[in-house]
Design a binder for this molecule. Structure first.
Ligand code: ZN
Ligand code: ZN
Length: 318
């Protein structure tokens, strides 16, 4: 299975500010030596040598990820503003000709997970088919509401692609050809669902949004089937540990909580996800650094795993 992250920010789309770009340029210039800028090649190689937060950005679009299964089926998880660019990419292929089909899974209907829908071009092409599977029986009504005339000029029903809705039970197994998808109710205000996708012997577990606070950790065995032995877990780590204590019941977790849980269930690779809008690229780099420090300090307890931080355009092949 191939996974691509198109939106990794939580809560609100967060463009890079002008001040932040100026700070990146200033930092890069301060690190450059004459040899670094003597040719096109040396400039490229210098840029590649810079910290990620200086040479690039983790991205400001809200959550949307693309999964292409071993059989070539497309599964879209969450439709935050990141889905707009996924739409542009898909329009180059079958979806541009009205011959595309996709399964759509939504963690929940907070704005940051649905706000890209009105701007997803494949919905505007007749002939494309989208199958929405959700444990929220009123999902269609919720999406209609987002595109009420007072909020957006084009209604959801008016979008010409065929959009079908199927209600699934909590933890019901769903199959997209040979790919198994199981949902899991997560602790989050108003409810959110995680998705475990098993394809060709590999496992992706996606959980955005979720708050594994001290009370929820008491029930962590309930989540064993969801996390266990996953090759990759994409996990809501919006807050630092200190913030997660200040913001109890806000609905999000921290990297240290995610590492603890990944360690309990033999997860191989953890992706920190659903970044706080108030965090700039430098801060997110420090979140990753602190997570790696926490991991190494607790290696005896949580075991061996790889920890990365999500950025727009990140691709994972399993
Ligand atoms: Zn969210
Ligand atoms: Zn939410």
């Amino acid at each position: 299975m191939r996974i691509k992250l198109w939106g990794v920010r939580g809560s609100l789309p967060t463009p890079v500010s002008g001040d932040s770009i100026a700070a990146k340029i200033r930092k890069a210039l301060s690190l450059a030596r004459p040899g670094d800028i003597s040719s096109e090649e040396s400039i490229d190689s210098f840029i590649r040598s810079l910290p990620f937060s200086v040479q690039s950005t983790f991205g400001g679009n809200t959550t949307s990820i693309q999964v292409v299964t071993g059989s070539g089926d497309l599964i879209i998880i969450d439709c935050g503003s990141g889905i707009r660019m996924l739409g542009h990419e898909l329009m180059k292929g079958d979806f541009g000709e009205g011959r595309g089909t996709a399964t759509v899974l939504l963690s929940h209907t907070h704005w940051d997970h649905i706000q890209g829908i009105p701007f997803f071009l494949p919905f505007y092409v007749k002939g494309n088919r989208f199958n929405f599977y959700s444990a929220f029986p009123d999902l269609k009504k919720r999406l209609d509401y987002q595109q009420a005339y007072t909020h957006f000029p084009v209604s959801f029903d008016f979008l010409p692609a065929k959009k079908e809705f199927f209600t699934i039970e909590a933890e019901e197994e769903l199959y997209v050809n040979d790919t198994k998808v199981v949902n899991k109710l997560m602790p989050h205000p108003g409810a959110a669902y995680g998705y475990r996708i098993e394809d060709g012997g590999k496992v992706l577990a996606y959980t955005s949004d979720c708050e594994f606070n001290i009370n929820e950790i008491d029930h962590i065995e309930n989540y064993r089937n969801f996390f266990s032995d996953a090759d990759v877990v994409v996990f809501d780590t919006q807050y630092t540990f200190e913030e997660s204590i200040d913001k109890l019941e806000f609905g999000h977790s921290s990297a240290s909580m995610a590492i603890d849980i990944a360690g309990m269930f033999n997860v191989k690779r953890l992706i920190l996800f659903h970044h706080e809008p108030n965090y700039n690229d430098e801060k997110l780099e420090s979140v990753l650094f602190n997570a790696k420090t926490y991991l190494s300090m607790n290696a005896g307890r949580v075991g061996d795993m790889r920890v990365d931080i999500a950025y727009e355009g990140m691709e994972i092949i399993l």
